[in-house]
Design a protein. Structure first.
Length: 121
């Protein structure tokens, strides 16, 4: 994946509900709100190391589930395939416009676009 923060936020999006409320809160503050470990510790009355331990544990839990399920890996692969489908549909639309002007083909391409958009939600 692109970088550590992106990878962690993807893990959180997919597996955040597996964490305790405290793990979710600290993880969100650290990765999404960009608070430092010291800021989180000060706001919660615990040590910086305590905050780090909670976040590292949360990262480990989510990474372990990803290692077992591969949901994020498959999701990212699917996104690439959806891009290819849209690209091919665009090429077909161009050919249809230049050569055939068939409204049935346009309607099918519109359905393909709608299906891809629904899968991305």
């Amino acid at each position: 994946m692109k970088n550590q923060t992106y990878r962690m936020t993807m893990l959180f999006d997919f597996y955040g509900e597996l964490l305790t409320e405290r793990q979710k809160e600290f993880f969100d503050l650290y990765y999404n709100e960009d608070l430092s470990l010291s800021e989180i510790a000060e706001n919660n009355g615990i040590s910086r190391q305590g905050v780090r331990d909670v976040i590292v544990r949360a990262e480990g839990i989510m990474q372990e589930v990803e290692d077992k399920t591969g949901l994020i890996r498959r999701f990212l692969a699917m996104q690439g395939h959806l891009d290819q489908i849209l690209e091919a549909a665009g090429e077909i639309k161009t050919i249809n416009y230049r050569q055939y002007e068939d409204p049935t083909i346009d309607a099918c391409l519109s359905r393909i676009g709608d299906a891809v958009a629904a899968l991305r939600e």
